[in-house]
Design a protein around this ligand. Structure first.
Ligand SMILES: NC(=O)c1ccc[n+]([C@@H]2O[C@H](COP(=O)([O-])OP(=O)(O)OC[C@H]3O[C@@H](n4cnc5c(N)ncnc54)[C@H](O)[C@@H]3O)[C@@H](O)[C@H]2O)c1
Length: 261
């Protein structure tokens, strides 16, 4: 697990507050860790109580607080924002990272399952932005959506997840126009990110082979730190002229043509 390097942005983040949806494990937990290391307070807005409590222990900081939240449920998001403001007094950064997928053939994808994937991944971003908008305007903050390269390209049977991620890219530019100039809004589209090290000891879903690394133009599969570093850059003072954009972080995979030999 690579260390997150901060350097001169340390003072910028001190006493600021980040809300990270789905911060209980994986990329969200790594983003939360990066904010804590930078001196910020963090709300782990996580649906799974066990993961949320484990994440709190992992971060081992009295400025990292788990608030049980279903990002796809408006009363739950409203209650989280209220508690976050009560605890920290301000919200500077909103990272909508929570997502689920349901990869089944189209004819087997129920409308209920479709809606749940869209509720969590896309409507969750809308609800969090809606209820964090005023606090973020007050602090001149930033939003970062975690989408996916699947917003741009697909495997079969990924309609709901791809639609949620594609929607996030569009929601990003819509919000950047509506909330600017006080709030900048960004989107990151990760490729393959191996979240080992942020799974509380659960086995990694992948056993990485040399060819998994080698097929990437950058020579390796991604790490959660690759995403967390970019989140902090985009939230930081050096990114003041950037808003509304989607940044692909995939080791070059979406730039690689693949045709049969
Ligand atoms: N890991 C990858 O290779 C990869 C690639 C591209 C994009 N992404 C995106 O990055 C983000 C994080 O991925 P990950 O691999 O760490 O995922 P993960 O499944 O390991 O973690 C997601 C977290 O979100 C939580 N969550 C689920 N539904 C929620 C809800 N309604 N409200 C609040 N929390 C909820 C889960 O409990 C979990 O802790 C996701 O948006 C995912 O789509 C991941």
């Amino acid at each position: 697990m690579g260390a997150i390097k901060r350097g001169m942005s340390k003072d910028f983040y001190t006493n600021k507050t980040a809300v990270v949806t789905g911060g209980g494990r994986g990329i969200g937990l790594c983003i939360a860790k990066a904010f804590v290391q930078a001196g910020a307070g963090v709300v782990l807005a996580e649906i799974d109580e066990e993961l949320g409590l484990k994440a709190e222990s992992f971060l081992a900081s009295d400025r990292a607080v788990f608030i049980r939240t279903d990002a796809g449920d408006e009363p739950s998001v409203q209650a989280m924002v209220k508690q976050a403001k009560a605890r920290f007094g301000r919200i500077d950064f909103l990272i909508h990272n929570a997502a689920i997928s349901k990869n089944v053939p189209l004819t087997e994808l129920t409308y209920e399952a479709w809606r749940r994937v869209l509720d969590t991944g896309l409507s969750g971003a809308f609800l969090c932005a809606k209820h964090c908008a005023e606090p973020l305007k007050e602090t001149g903050g930033a939003i970062v959506h975690i989408a996916s390269t699947r917003a741009l390209m697909s495997e079969p049977n990924t309609e709901a997840y791809s639609a949620a991620k594609g929607g996030l890219v569009a929601l990003t530019h819509a919000l950047s126009v509506s909330l600017g100039p006080q709030v900048r809004v960004h989107c990151l589209s990760p490729g393959w990110i191996d979240t080992t090290g942020y799974l509380h000891g659960s086995p990694s879903p992948w056993t990485l082979r040399p060819e998994d690394h080698a097929c990437h133009p950058a020579g390796r599969v991604g790490r959660p730190e690759d995403i967390a570093e970019m989140v902090l850059y985009l939230c930081g003072p050096k990114a003041g002229f950037i808003t509304g954009q989607n940044f692909v972080i995939d080791g070059g995979m979406t730039k690689k043509m693949i045709y049969p030999e």
